[in-house]
Design a protein around this ligand. Structure first.
Ligand code: GTP
Ligand code: MG
Length: 412
């Protein structure tokens, strides 16, 4: 990953992908209660909440990031979000809008599968009642898998011949095929290790190829489930059925539309709200006028806020959208690395008081050498200092709270 992480929003039509994008970014993507509202992908910047290094040193007041923001030690680091057209069963064969938008997903690092748990839309996104969304979780992954498998199988004969004649390793041959998905040799290696596949590639059966592609999908497109529309009165059944079957770490409950609604109320100054918070504050709850809010005189608006509390905050705790982004970052094992010019005062310049201006998200366990290349490109770096000015070896790795504040000393 040589850039900001790219998180793809996938799901059947009308599951709430574009609403989720709007809820996490400043985008105003078109949304609608009919399938295929989105055709061309929408890309926008969202912000991942992390604990900033400034809080470790009591420097919160001086923290002014180059990108994103930092509020009292809570830092908002940019990540890219991509909202694509809805997938329907058979998409890999061109059904619905077919392969075109599967192609839009190629460069995603992780996926958030937005699942409509209200039961009010069928597999094609059309209005219905009592639909069991557990099916969606299963077929959607199958579509992605068959899309990649289909692309590979089309050329499998010639891939095998070339593999044998050039005496390549399985990793090299597969990386040649998978580089179009933004894969790396490390990803391919992990994909083979995961299923302990050591058999020579030319002998792989169809079943082995299928197993390998399945492992590749898990490795290249780690996916979390955003069970969306939890504000809907009929959502409990689907939530229960999906939660029983899937890893709780990969499941987040969301109401994207509530987050969009609250953000609108915040802009209109009717409520105070902290992103990811467990309630809103209205003027009636702010007697000291700390937040300078407007009084709510419209009864209908007050009723909508009461419903929001009953159906969402008091039942589920939050709109969940920020958690969905966090879960995707966790699935990618992302951690922040702070690069500074001066390792003793964490500043980038003597004339500017700001600390920890630069922060990059990298995979936990990444060698320092890769982090240097990622941040500095071709600029030659002579050596690297960590906390206290102690030298850090290029081969050392970056972990949570270890080697995550670095200073690159230029020169050959
Ligand atoms: N109740 C409820 N409705 C929602 C929620 N999120 C989205 N919706 C509604 O679901 C419908 C579809 O939302 P979109 O965001 O357009 O869905 P999409 O997945 O982008 O749909 P396509 O672009 O057609 O694939 C709209 O009417 C939204 O208002 C939610 O959290 N709760
Ligand atoms: Mg859409």
């Amino acid at each position: 990953m040589g850039r900001d992480p790219l998180i793809g929003l996938v799901g059947k039509p009308s599951s709430g992908k574009s609403t989720m994008l709007n809820s996490l970014t400043d985008a105003t993507a078109k949304t609608g209660a009919f399938p295929f509202t989105t055709i061309d992908p929408n890309k926008a910047t969202g912000y991942l909440q992390i604990d900033c290094a400034c809080a470790r040193f009591g420097l919160q007041k001086h923290c002014k990031p180059n990108y994103g923001s930092c509020r009292d030690g809570k830092r908002f680091v940019p990540v890219m979000l991509l909202d694509v057209a809805g997938l329907v069963p058979g998409a890999h064969e061109g059904r619905g809008l077919g392969n075109k938008f599967l192609d839009d997903l190629r460069h995603a690092d992780a996926l958030i599968h937005v699942v409509d748990v209200s039961g009010s839309t069928d597999a094609e996104g059309k209005a219905t009642e009592g639909y069991d969304a557990l099916q969606d979780v299963e077929w959607l992954r199958g579509e992605i898998l068959r899309w990649i498998e289909g692309n590979l199988k089309e050329k499998w004969g010639s891939i095998k011949r070339r593999h044998v004649s050039t005496k390549s390793t399985s990793v090299a041959t597969l990386q040649n095929q998978f580089s179009g998905y933004g894969s790396t040799t490390a990803v391919v290696q992990r994909c083979l290790d995961r299923i302990k596949l050591t058999e020579p590639l030319e002998n792989w059966s169809d079943q082995t190829v299928h197993r390998m592609v399945s492992s590749f999908v898990d490795e290249k497109f780690p996916t979390v489930l955003a069970l969306n529309k939890i504000d809907h009165p009929d959502s409990d059944r689907c939530i229960y059925r999906i939660s029983r079957k899937y890893d709780p770490e990969k499941i987040v409950l969301t109401s994207a539309i509530s987050e969009v609604f609250i953000r609108k109320l915040v802009k209109q100054r009717f409520v105070h709200y902290e992103e990811g918070g467990d309630d809103v504050i209205t003027k009636a709850e702010d007697p000291e006028d700390k937040y300078h809010l407007k009084e709510i005189t419209d009864e209908r608006l007050q009723m909508r806020i009461d419903t929001l509390r009953d159906m969402l905050f008091y039942r589920w705790g939050s709109t969940g959208v920020i958690r969905a982004l966090q879960a995707a970052a966790n699935a990618l094992h992302l951690i922040p690395v702070f690069s500074v010019r001066n390792i003793h005062n964490f500043k980038n310049s003597d004339t500017d008081d700001a600390v920890f201006k630069d922060c990059t998200l990298v995979k936990r366990g990444t060698p320092v050498e890769s982090v240097v290349r990622r941040i500095m490109g071709d600029i030659p770096v002579a050596f690297i200092e960590g906390l206290g000015g102690i030298r850090v070896a290029m081969s050392d790795t970056v972990e949570e709270g270890r080697n995550d504040i670095l200073c690159f000393k230029l020169g050959r």
